[in-house]
Ligand binder design. Sequence first.
Ligand SMILES: Cc1cc2nc3c(=O)[nH]c(=O)nc-3n(C[C@H](O)[C@H](O)[C@H](O)COP(=O)(O)OP(=O)(O)OC[C@H]3O[C@@H](n4cnc5c(N)ncnc54)[C@H](O)[C@@H]3O)c2cc1C
Length: 233
Amino acid sequence: MKVRIHQIIEESPRVKRFFLEPVSSSFDAFLPGQFVVLENEKWEYPNRNRSYSIASVMQSSTELELCIALNENGVFTPWLFNLQVGDTLGCSQPQGNFTIKSDDISLSLPHVFVATGTGIAPFLSMIHEVLKKSNNEIYLVYGNRVESDILYRKYFEEIVVNSNRFKFIPVLSRQSLPSISTGYVHSQYKSILKSLGDARIYVCGWKEMCKEARNELKALGFNRRQYFFEQYD
Ligand SMILES: Cc1cc2nc3c(=O)[nH]c(=O)nc-3n(C[C@H](O)[C@H](O)[C@H](O)COP(=O)(O)OP(=O)(O)OC[C@H]3O[C@@H](n4cnc5c(N)ncnc54)[C@H](O)[C@@H]3O)c2cc1C
């Protein structure tokens, strides 16, 4: 389908939030955690398209939000970052299996979400869903380099104020601040998981982080029915 950009918010020098509306048809309902594939219809494969997690919290047939980081040396994002409000591009319907496991046992357990950078995108709607469906604790461990890279911070801090079941744990690898943990996501979720025992774990981000998390989770004794990955690469 063809979509039109109707709003762009510059979150940081390297990250933009794109709000897309269908030109003629409408978006199908998405499951929290799914992604769409954007397309430059004038280009050939493999450069022609790239996948992006849906960052919208609420369902809408007329709007989808995406949160995208610029890769200056990449193919697709330099083109995307030059587009303006009103420009059109190709977009698939929502797809993907990185979604909340909503069987009774899973929903009775604590949930641990681990993201770095724009890997936070699918967690906006996934955490919203788990807050509605489960009564157990929800942890979000979110890694970035510096404080100004933390995306959707206000949104998550508001959930903390409104729900004592939600714990927001930002982590910075390149900045030391009294109020935020320093280091990488791995040590944070490991200590949480050691205290929890069983849990459902969702991890989203770039290849290296996912690879390390997979090894750490296996070493802690978790298996593939307990953890789920969306790997960007
Ligand atoms: C299911 C799925 C969902 C995705 N959702 C998002 C999303 O919500 N937001 C988003 O920004 N991207 C997301 N991506 C990544 C996206 O599809 C592109 O790969 C990304 O935008 C880079 O495209 P490019 O053509 O500019 O770079 P390319 O020319 O394709 O170069 C990509 C290579 O550069 C490296 N790279 C690129 N960007 C980064 C980065 N920020 N950090 C570390 N390494 C990087 C990777 O190793 C990758 O192999 C998702 C990927 C998948 C598979």
